[in-house]
Design a protein around this ligand. Structure first.
Ligand code: DP6
Length: 346
């Protein structure tokens, strides 16, 4: 007797960055993100009564190296979902984006797994601790990876308590509640793959750098301010102010890393070349800007109405700075989808 379910869940890109956390994976400042569309993880789970054994297949290949991360996830959710320890788990997972792309797969991967767990819990009529299933999935995804809490919802998502967003919460993310101008509902993000190697600093180490960071208090206050500053920008459709604020946030993240102890410079010369070209292009009237993750890749941000010109700009001017010219065209997406409702397999 076994039970099966499957979900696909997208990655997301933060405009106000989560950087710094306390136990149990609670953010030291609020974050705001847009959920992506093309960059997704598809995860299928089969469970049989047992003692909590884990097996993970990545792209159809048994991959024991993934087990510790998944085991850490189950350990973190054990208190909320003790039933999970009474099954053996066979997890098959596949990313729509290349593994070595440098795109964080933890947000899409952990949210897809969390959604599978909640669907199965619902099937067994287990008590769901949170008010609704998506909220519960967001809590569980957060325990796996903080940014994954936001991938449970489509569109614009906020995570972390902040005075400008009533109801905002440390434990789970939720859809951004204020008005969003249509220009931002289908905003574009082309990811330029500058560095496709192993991350130079893991996110756990990175967040830890904010403990005792000389600029920590100023950073946390700025994150609250920036999140509040996005509110009139998002509701009015002010693309110019949006891009300028997104860039300030991204550069602040990297400034924090450069001022950490030990310091990290995660931008590459190619990253800087791209940033300069983007800022020059905007000065020349193109509606284009950037944000960055904790790495060298660049997320090129632009509205749908500028798609043709920005894509040309990417092809003729930016892709030369990418590894093998590689980029991924993405956009704001509608959030996760259940692929298979929980099923009893005999
Ligand atoms: C720079 O969510 O990957 O992308 O909670 O340790 O798994 P863990 O960290 P993670 O950190 C993401 C950091 C960021 C900013 C963001 O996505 O908000």
């Amino acid at each position: 007797m076994s039970f099966h379910t499957a979900w696909q869940s997208p990655s997301n890109i933060a405009l106000v960055k989560y950087w710094g956390k306390t136990h149990p994976q609670l953010p030291t400042n609020p974050s705001l993100s847009m959920t992506l569309d093309a960059c997704r993880t598809e995860t299928s789970v089969e469970i049989i009564p047992g003692g909590g054994k884990l097996q993970v297949w990545v792209d159809g290949v048994d991959t024991p190296s993934f087990v510790p991360k998944v085991a850490a996830f189950f350990k973190a959710i054990a208190e909320r979902h003790p039933w999970t320890a009474h099954f053996d788990w066979r997890i098959q997972t596949h990313n729509t984006f290349p593994h070595s792309s440098g795109i964080a797969s933890s947000a899409s991967g952990m949210s897809a797994l969390a959604l599978c767990v909640v669907s199965l819990a619902r099937e067994f009529q287990e008590r769901i601790p949170a008010k609704d299933d998506l909220r519960e999935a967001s809590v569980l995804a957060r325990l796996g990876s903080g940014s994954a809490s936001r991938s449970v919802y489509g569109g614009w998502v906020v995570w972390g308590r902040t005075p400008s967003v009533p109801g905002s919460n440390q434990e789970w993310a939720h859809p951004y509640p204020d008005a969003i101008d249509p220009v931002f509902s289908d905003f574009r993000d082309t990811v330029l793959l500058v560095d496709v190697g192993q991350k130079a600093v893991s996110s756990t180490v990175g967040h830890g750098l904010m403990n005792g960071h000389p600029f920590a208090e100023a950073r946390f206050a700025t994150a609250h301010d920036n999140l509040a500053a996005f509110q009139p920008i998002l509701s009015s459709g002010d693309v110019g102010s949006f891009l300028a604020l997104a860039e300030r946030e991204a550069l602040m993240l990297h400034g924090l890393m450069m001022a950490s102890n030990p310091p990290f410079v995660l931008m590459k010369p190619e990253t800087l070349a791209i940033l300069e070209k983007i800022q020059n292009a905007r000065r020349d009237g193109l509606e284009v800007g950037f944000t960055l993750d904790a790495g060298a890749n660049v997320h090129v941000l632009y509205p749908a109405r500028a798609e043709q010109t920005v894509r040309e700009f990417v092809t003729t001017s930016l892709s030369t700075h990418c590894k093998d010219g590689a980029c991924i065209h993405d956009r704001v997406g509608t959030g996760p989808q259940q692929l298979t409702k929980p099923k009893l397999l005999l």
